[in-house]
Ligand binder design. Structure first.
Ligand SMILES: Cc1ncc(COP(=O)(O)O)c(C=O)c1O
Length: 429
């Protein structure tokens, strides 16, 4: 215990160093940065000490606590912790499509403006992406266009809430129910946001989340799958854990063993812990990641609030300086409460994005493009079998003229004001 306390004290000394004074033009204003406090350090150190004491490294009670806390935030839906948001997406699509007939040759509606981790699992599951445009400045799909894109081969809808901006998840859920197709929400960029009074992630089944260090809360690497469907949860858990049989308790093990005796050629006494129901992966996290997740999740609303303040502060700063004439500032669809991932911008009036971005970078303000842009244009997809549901006018526009800057909670009004000032100068050069 003494050593544990020393460790915590030593690590706490790091905290003041991670909050250095802001020097305009010198302090790097990163695109993303996790915010840790004493509670994070304490639980992380405690879980690490426990790992060495028990001489085991893997999933344990912290994972179960994190999944339970996550599930409570989402009205008791089942939560499954995995080692990344990308893994959560692969798991989600594999679990959904494993139980579906007619996947081969079927299509899945999804946005052309996306991240590879959203579209790759769709392709890997044997579905053809049918690409939707997004609106500007909302970055969300138009329901008329979605309805028009549906054809006899549509099997599902998968949408990412791009940089936190909500898609019309309630309407998409409704449409998916009407068509009897699946609806998956990729909430990797948007945890903490809501639409029509319900948290993002509560509409899709399944829904997925990422806790990569650039996201609203972090476990280093990590992701979560959320579902209300007990069978889907079982399948996802089996697929996460090499394909092992999943049972809730020992009694169930015995029943499964009997089932397997009927359906497989394994010897009757074969250990049920090594019976494989599905052709699985290994997407398991370890407990120290979950420990951090527990303390980070407690701070989610505080972080989201800070991100909103930073968004408003930068948006006001740009409007006050008249820079909103030359830049499209994001505006979510009605009914949204955004958990901002970043501050997306699109240059207007023939301005060159490259010039604006270089000026910002030269002042130590980091920028990134809006995810992968139009996925059709990325080298890895040049031979991909996509169909377009419509013209991708806004997607192409964002690919050519869009970028984002950071607004994470380690930034405050001073930093946001500096970004507004530098952006306003950059668009007038
Ligand atoms: C929309 C979206 N989905 C999925 C992911 C993948 O998450 P991870 O980095 O945890 O694998 C990302 C990127 O982080 C993303 O932006």
């Amino acid at each position: 215990m003494r050593n544990e306390l020393t460790l915590i004290r030593d690590m706490e000394r790091i905290l003041p160093r991670s909050r250095r004074k802001f020097v305009p033009g010198e302090t790097p204003l990163r695109i993303a940065q996790p915010l840790f406090d004493r509670e994070d350090i304490r639980i992380f150190v405690e879980s690490s000490v426990e790992m060495f004491e028990t001489s085991w490294i893997g999933i344990g009670h912290y994972t179960r606590e994190f999944e339970d806390a996550f599930s409570s935030r989402f009205g008791g839906r089942k939560a499954l912790f995995v080692n990344s948001g990308t893994s959560a997406n692969y798991l989600a699509l594999s679990s959904v499509t494993a139980a579906m007939a007619g996947v081969a040759g079927g299509n899945c509606l999804t946005t052309a403006l996306t991240f590879p981790s959203t579209i790759n699992p769709v392709i890997a599951s044997g579905l053809k992406p049918r690409l939707l445009d997004i609106g500007l400045p909302s970055y969300s799909v138009d329901m008329d266009e979605v309805e028009g894109a549906v054809d006899g081969k549509t099997r599902g809808i998968v949408v990412p809430h791009i940089l936190g901006l909500p898609q019309p998840a309630a309407e998409l859920r409704h449409l998916a129910n009407r068509l009897s197709v699946f609806f998956m929400e990729d909430v990797c960029d948007a945890i903490g946001g809501s639409y029509r009074g319900r948290p993002l992630g509560s509409y899709g089944d399944p829904s997925t989340f990422s806790f990569y260090a650039a996201h609203q809360i972090t476990t280093g690497e990590g992701g979560m799958l959320l579902t209300s469907d007990r069978e889907l949860y079982r399948r996802a858990r089996s697929l996460r854990d090499w394909g092992k049989t999943v049972t809730e308790d020992e009694g169930e093990y015995a029943i499964r063993k009997l089932e397997h005796r009927r359906t497989s050629r394994l010897p009757a006494d074969y250990d049920a812990r090594f019976i494989f129901d599905t052709k699985g992966f290994n997407l398991k996290p370890i407990d120290i990641q979950a420990a951090l997740g527990i303390s980070q999740l407690r701070k989610l609303d505080q972080f989201t609030g800070r991100r909103r303040e930073n968004f408003n502060s930068l948006a006001d700063g740009l409007r006050d300086r008249g820079a909103d004439d030359s830049l499209i500032i994001a505006e979510p669809i009605g009914g949204s409460d955004v958990s901002w991932f970043g501050f997306p911008l699109v240059v207007e009036k023939g301005l060159k994005r490259g010039r604006v971005v270089s000026r910002l970078e030269s002042r130590n303000i980091e920028t990134r493009p809006i995810l992968a842009g139009n996925i059709e244009d990325q080298p890895a997809y040049s031979r991909s079998d996509f169909t377009r549901a419509s013209k991708l006018t806004n997607t192409e526009r964002v690919t050519r003229d869009g970028f984002f800057v950071g607004l994470h909670p380690a930034l405050g009004s001073e930093e946001m004001d500096y970004i507004a000032e530098q952006l306003s100068i950059a668009v007038k050069l």
